[in-house]
Design a protein around this ligand. Structure first.
Ligand SMILES: [Zn+2]
Ligand SMILES: [Zn+2]
Ligand SMILES: [Zn+2]
Length: 286
């Protein structure tokens, strides 16, 4: 009797399994901003300011990342802590490769969310990063690199790391042009030019040579933390100086803190410059 009940239960459980329907939005030709917030996010824990309390969805900023729809698939830039929420929000079901700007916690600590993609790629997720970022990933996610057998498939992230530097390289059918950016006195990070778009987050100084990579860019996404200067991020006025020099068709300020109210700040910015927001999609031309 007991075994019959178990068998019946088994059938019910088996019969109730819903099919796994794979679904993903086609973002080919789009540069999608997944997150536009600073390292602590907006709203900020325990803050009662008007931006953190705001109902405006553009004042809700998850940690900074982007995903780019290239001819050969979706290229994710950085893996922030809210990665799962960001991809679900945008209806994006697959990441074909990942590119890293640098190894700060707000840019790498969602890496475990890559565990699902090897099932869909039928192989490890290709990762493109500088050697120091690889070292941090290997330290922070040591369980992903142990050789012991997994208890089940997908128990840990399956990654295939490729080191990059400042040389142009190709991934998913597109040319990626890295550029050096300085992120305070101790840190060097990478910005990326992909076709008509440049993504330059976590920086407060752009070396001369990198301006060559930015020449003729149409859409410039640039770090601007707040109004006051900061030791490792551009503030609004410094970002505006860079934008004036580069002269893009449009510029979008990202990695913003709760000091920048979306409507109020946008109303004060010059023509062609706006605050970025989570979910903003830009037309990509390679
Ligand atoms: Zn950051
Ligand atoms: Zn606040
Ligand atoms: Zn950083």
């Amino acid at each position: 009797m007991a075994s019959q009940t178990r068998a019946q239960l088994g059938n019910i459980v088996k019969g109730s399994h819903l099919p796994h329907l794979f679904e993903t939005t086609d973002i080919t030709g789009q540069f999608v901003l997944l997150g536009t917030g600073t390292s602590v996010g907006v709203p900020t824990i325990g803050c009662g300011c008007s931006v953190c309390k705001s109902d405006n969805p553009r004042n809700k900023r998850t940690r900074t990342a982007a995903i780019v729809g290239l001819p050969g698939g979706n290229l994710l830039i950085d893996t922030p802590p809210e990665l799962r929420l960001q991809l679900v929000r945008e209806g994006i079901g697959i990441v074909h490769a990942v590119l890293f700007t640098h190894d700060h916690a707000d840019h790498i600590f969602g890496l475990d969310d890559l565990r699902l993609f090897p099932f869909r790629l039928h192989g490890p997720v290709p990762i493109y990063c500088e050697p120091f970022v690889e070292q941090r990933i290997r330290k922070s996610f040591d369980y992903a690199f142990t050789t012991d057998l997994q208890t089940h498939p997908g128990a840990k992230p399956s990654l295939e790391i490729h080191n990059i530097g400042l040389d142009t390289f190709e991934v998913l059918g597109a040319k990626i042009r890295p550029m050096r950016l300085l992120h305070g006195p101790k840190f060097e990070v990478l910005g990326f030019r992909i076709g008509n778009v440049a993504f330059c987050t976590d920086t407060n100084e752009i070396p001369e040579k990198s301006f060559e990579v930015l020449e003729g860019v149409e859409h410039l996404i640039l770090d601007a933390l707040r109004y006051e200067p900061h030791p490792t991020h551009f503030h609004v006025d410094a970002a505006l100086e860079v934008i004036q020099r580069v002269g893009p068709k449009r510029a979008y300020l990202t990695h913003c803190s709760h000091e920048l109210d979306y409507d109020l700040t946008c109303s004060k910015l010059p023509d062609g410059v706006e605050l970025a927001y989570d979910g903003l999609r830009l037309p990509l031309e390679l």
